[in-house]
Design a protein around this ligand. Structure first.
Ligand SMILES: Nc1ncnc2c1ncn2[C@@H]1O[C@H](COP(=O)(O)OP(=O)(O)OP(=O)(O)O)[C@@H](O)[C@H]1O
Length: 234
C-alpha cells in the first residue's frame, strides 16, 4: 500500500472540523480520483494527508511522495534549472542520468527555452509544468496531484497522462483530485467521492454506477445522483 488514510476528523480549527470519517487506501500502480462538489473537502483531505493542516485526528500511512498543488509553489529566487539542481541535492541518484531525465522532461513540457529563467514571471500553466517536471524527476512511490487539468494546455495534459501511465506501470500510486469527470472516468482505477466533508462512496466506475443505480450512466450522471442524495450538499 502506498497510502492508507483513516481521518476521524480534520479541519482548520478545533471547533469546526471540515472532514469527518474519511477512509481509503491506494495500492501500487493505482490511480485514484478524489471527486466532489466545490467546498466538499478534497483539498482539505489532501492537505491532511501531507500534514499541512494542524487539526487532524486519525491515522495516515504514506509512502515517499511528490505533491503537485492546485496553485504552484516555487522558489522566487531560483531558476527552473536551480530548482532541478536543488532537488538533485536531496536525492541519492546518479547525477548524469538525473540531468538527462530533467532535460527530457523539460522538452516534453516545452520548457527548455526558459530553463534558466525565474518561474515567478511564468504563467500559471508554465509554473504547473515546472512542478510536474520536479515531481516526475523525484520518482516517488506516490504522486498527489490537486486538480491537474485546469491550468494546462491540451498538449501538456496529454503528456501528463502519458507520464502517469508510465509511472503506474512502474508501480507508483497516484491520488488526483479533479472536476474534469469525463477524463477521470477514462483514466482512474477507482474513485473516492466526498461531499460535505464526508465520504459518500468509493470504488471502481462500475461500483460507482451500481451505488448510484445508473447502470449505463456517465461518472457525471452518477456524481449528480450521489451528491443529490446527501441532504447537506450545496
Ligand atoms: N484555509 C482555510 N481556512 C478555513 N477554512 C477553509 C480553508 N480552506 C478551506 N476551508 C473550508 O473547508 C471546506 C472544504 O474546502 P476544500 O478547499 O477542501 O474543498 P474542495 O473540495 O477542495 O473544493 P474545490 O472543488 O472548490 O477546490 C470549505 O468549507 C472551505 O471553506
Amino acid at each position: 500500500m502506498v497510502l492508507h488514510v483513516e481521518i476521524k476528523e480534520a479541519g482548520y480549527s478545533l471547533e469546526s472540523p471540515v472532514l469527518k470519517d474519511i477512509k481509503f487506501s491506494i495500492h501500487p500502480g493505482e490511480l485514484v480520483g478524489i471527486i466532489g462538489p466545490n467546498g466538499a473537502g478534497k483539498s482539505t483531505t489532501i492537505k491532511s494527508i501531507i500534514g499541512i493542516i494542524n487539526h487532524v485526528k486519525g491515522d495516515i500511512d504514506i509512502s515517499n511522495y511528490a505533491y503537485i498543488p492546485e496553485r504552484p509553489i516555487l522558489y522566487e529566487r531560483l531558476t527552473v534549472w536551480e530548482h532541478i539542481d536543488f532537488l538533485l541535492s536531496t536525492l541519492d541518484v546518479d547525477e548524469k542520468q538525473f540531468n538527462a531525465k530533467a532535460e527530457e522532461l523539460l522538452k516534453l513540457f516545452n520548457l527548455p527555452q526558459v530553463a534558466h529563467q525565474y518561474p515567478d514571471s511564468f504563467s500559471k500553466g508554465m509554473q504547473q509544468k515546472v512542478m510536474l517536471v520536479l515531481a516526475f524527476l523525484k520518482q516517488p512511490d506516490l504522486y498527489i496531484i490537486d486538480e491537474p487539468f485546469m491550468g494546462l494546455d491540451p498538449k501538456a495534459i496529454k503528456r501528463l497522462l502519458q507520464l502517469i501511465g508510465a509511472e503506474k506501470v512502474k508501480g507508483a500510486g497516484i491520488l488526483m483530485s479533479t472536476h474534469v469527470l469525463d477524463t477521470a472516468e477514462k483514466i482512474c482505477d477507482r474513485f473516492v467521492l466526498i461531499s460535505d466533508g464526508k465520504l459518500i462512496t468509493q470504488g471502481t466506475f462500475e461500483e460507482i454506477r451500481e451505488s448510484s443505480g445508473l447502470d449505463q450512466g456517465s461518472l457525471l450522471d452518477c456524481f449528480d445522483i450521489l451528491t443529490e442524495r446527501d441532504p447537506h450538499v450545496w
